[in-house]
Design a protein around this ligand. Structure first.
Ligand code: ADP
Ligand code: MG
Length: 252
């Protein structure tokens, strides 16, 4: 089995403190505080435009925060001296759009970055890719091209590609939002298995059932702030804030 979730239990996987992010005049994140402990699954929900993607993107510095602190495994990733490549190598990211290379087979999609970024030999890269394709139920598609896969299969391949880099944690940004409804379940099953294996995960999602069953914590964001957070069952069945109630009444 591929190594996952090898974080020290004493150091939070992700710590965000008073995070602000503006795009010009537009304040998108207005003081976000959160902690993701090793092995935890934190789900982030909220209306479109509330800053969920920007928050995830700040965690691996795909966006440059305006102010605040972010630590990943105890490392201050906003320190100008930080080795960003090393930090990013520990963080897997899965997007709504799968971004597989269309001209490469599934297997090659999984081995390319292992060889180029991690410097793994071809045999090692293939062995790890195959383990991860088995894990997401796609081993029979290893020689197929992305265009011949369903959306759900493409997303599972993208997850397997990310896992092949053996990250310590995974960030998911609406991984099932682009999928036909009948394909969502297979992707959520893979994510559930990953959570069970101990992977640390931050998941932006509209799948409230997943958040309830798999999440250790649910964060509700609106207009750049965390309105409320807590045990997913509590937040979903007994939201305290009017804004959370209004949002949940639309999606549940
Ligand atoms: P969510 O993921 O919750 O839908 P986003 O984080 O994508 O929200 O976006 C929050 C706000 O920030 C939106 O108003 C969006 O238009 C704006 N925004 C996001 N990225 C950029 C950018 N690169 N430049 C300018 N505005 C942006
Ligand atoms: Mg988004």
């Amino acid at each position: 089995m591929t190594r996952t979730g090898q974080l020290s239990p004493d150091v939070p996987a992700i710590e965000v403190a008073d995070l602000h992010k503006s795009f010009g005049e537009l304040a998108v994140l207005k003081g976000i505080d959160l902690t993701v402990d090793a092995g935890q699954v934190v789900c982030v929900v909220g209306p479109s435009g509330s800053g969920k993607s920007t928050l995830l993107r700040c965690v691996n510095r795909l966006e440059e925060p305006t102010s605040g602190k972010i630590r990943v495994e105890g490392i201050d990733i906003l320190d100008p001296e930080v080795d960003l490549d090393r930090v990013r190598a520990r963080i897997g990211m899965v997007f709504q759009q799968f971004n597989l290379f269309p001209h490469l087979t599934v297997l090659r999609n999984l081995t390319l970055a292992q060889q180029r970024v991690l410097g793994r030999g071809k045999q090692d890269a293939q062995r790890i890719a195959i383990e991860n394709l088995e894990r997401v139920g796609l081993i029979d598609k290893k020689d197929a091209y992305p265009a011949h896969l369903s959306g759900g299969q493409q997303q599972r391949a993208a997850i397997a590609r990310s896992l092949s880099m053996e990250p310590d944690m995974m960030l998911f940004d609406e991984p099932t939002s682009a999928l036909d409804p009948e394909l969502v379940g297979d992707v959520l099953d893979v994510m559930r298995g990953l959570a069970t294996s101990g992977m640390t995960m931050m998941v932006v999602t509209h799948e409230m059932g997943f958040a309830r069953e798999v999440g250790d914590e649910l964060i509700f964001m609106d207009e750049g702030v965390i309105v409320e957070s807590g045990n997913p069952r509590d937040v979903l069945s007994n939201p305290r804030h009017q804004r959370t109630q209004a949002f949940l009444s639309k999606v549940l």
